[in-house]
Design a protein around this ligand. Structure first.
Ligand code: CUA
Length: 317
C-alpha cells in the first residue's frame, strides 16, 4: 500500500512518510468497509426478496450483540485514528531542536525567499536534507497558501501575520511549490521549486555558490540565455510574455528601443536604464492601460542578473 502511494507522488519528508502511513491504513479500512457494506446490502436484498405476491414480511427484532459489537468497533476505530492523527499533527507543528529558519513572503504572484545571511530568491527554496526547517510565512497582499505536495505540507500565508510551516526533507532533489489558495489572476502560475541539497552542499550554496542544483550546473550560456532562464525562475513569465500576448503586464517582445506610452500621458524610450528602472522601481513608469501591480526586484536581482535579463529582453525582437 505504502509503495503504491509512492508511485503516484514521491514522499520526500518525514511528514510525508507519516501522512502516507496514516492515509494508506485509512484508505484500506475505508475501502473494505465500503465494499463490505455494499456487499451484504446486495446479498441480503436478493436473499430476502419476497418469492411470491402476498408473502408476509418476517418480523426481525434488533440484535443487541451485533449492534453493540459494531458500535464498539467503530468507536474504537474513530478513537484510534483520532489519537494517531493528533500525534502526527503535534509532530507537524511542534518546534524541533536545531531548526533552520527561512522567511517566505507571498505576494501576487510569487514567493520571495529570504535567508538569515541576506540571500534573496524568488520561487526557489534551498534546504538541507535531514535538518528540521521552519518556514516563517507571511504575505504582502492577500491570502496565499504555501504547498509542497511531495512533503505533504501546506500552510496559509496571511497578510499582517506570521505563520509557520515545518518539515524535515529526507531526499535530495527538486520538488514543487504551489500556491494553494486562489489569490487572483495569475494564481495558477504562482509556482516554485524546492531544492533539497546534502548538508555540505547547502553550506556551500549558502556561502555564495549560487548555481549548485541537484542536477548539476548548466553548461556555458550566453548572457541572453542566462536572462531567459532568470525570466522563468524569477517568475517574470507570470505577468509578461515574450510573444506579444498581453497578460497582467505588457509583453516584452520588441520592447527594447521602442517608445512606450505611459499612464501619466508621457512617453519613455525603453533603453537599458528604462528596463532596469522598471525592475527596481516598477511604480515609476507604468505603461499605458496596465495596472500598477509589479513588485520591486531591488535586492532580489543582482546587477549581473539584471544585465542578463536586459540582454534577454534586447534579444526579443
Ligand atoms: Cu498565491 Cu494563489
Amino acid at each position: 500500500m505504502h509503495s503504491l502511494a509512492l508511485k503516484f507522488l514521491p514522499a520526500a519528508s518525514i511528514s510525508a512518510d507519516k501522512f502516507e502511513a496514516f492515509f494508506s491504513v485509512f484508505l484500506v479500512i475505508g475501502v473494505s468497509l465500503f465494499v463490505g457494506t455494499l456487499g451484504v446490502t446486495f446479498y441480503w436484498a436478493f436473499k430476502y426478496k419476497r418469492k411470491r405476491e402476498g408473502e408476509p414480511t418476517p418480523y426481525i427484532p434488533h440484535n443487541f450483540l451485533v449492534e453493540f459489537v459494531s458500535v464498539f468497533f467503530i468507536a474504537l476505530w474513530a478513537a484510534s485514528f483520532f489519537i494517531w492523527g493528533w500525534n502526527d499533527y503535534v509532530y507537524f507543528i511542534e518546534p524541533k531542536p536545531n531548526e533552520y529558519e527561512i522567511n517566505v513572503m507571498g505576494q501576487q504572484w510569487s514567493w520571495q525567499i529570504q535567508y538569515a545571511n541576506g540571500k534573496n530568491l524568488v520561487n526557489e527554496l534551498y534546504v538541507p536534507r535531514g535538518q528540521p526547517v521552519r518556514l516563517v510565512l507571511g504575505s504582502k497582499d492577500v491570502l496565499h497558501s504555501f504547498f509542497i505536495p511531495e512533503f505533504r505540507i501546506k500552510q496559509d500565508a496571511v497578510p499582517g501575520q506570521y505563520t509557520s510551516l515545518r518539515f524535515t526533507a529526507t531526499k535530495t532533489g527538486e520538488f514543487n511549490i504551489f500556491c494553494a489558495e486562489f489569490c487572483g489572476t495569475a494564481h495558477s502560475k504562482m509556482i516554485g521549486k524546492v531544492f533539497v541539497l546534502e548538508p555540505e552542499d547547502f553550506k556551500l550554496w549558502l556561502a555564495g555558490a549560487n548555481v549548485i542544483k541537484p542536477e548539476g550546473a548548466g553548461a556555458m550560456l550566453t548572457m541572453a540565455d542566462q536572462g531567459a532562464r532568470l525570466f522563468n525562475t524569477k517568475s517574470c513569465n507570470t505577468c509578461h510574455t515574450v510573444d506579444g500576448t498581453k497578460l497582467m503586464g505588457p509583453s516584452l517582445k520588441g520592447v527594447f528601443g521602442a517608445i512606450r506610452p505611459l499612464n501619466s500621458g508621457e512617453q519613455a524610450v525603453a533603453d537599458e536604464n528604462y528596463l532596469r528602472e522598471s525592475m527596481m522601481d516598477p511604480m515609476k513608469k507604468i505603461v499605458k492601460d496596465f495596472p500598477p501591480v509589479m513588485p520591486t526586484f531591488r535586492g532580489i536581482l543582482t546587477d549581473d542578473e539584471t544585465n542578463q535579463l536586459v540582454a534577454y529582453i534586447k534579444s526579443l525582437k
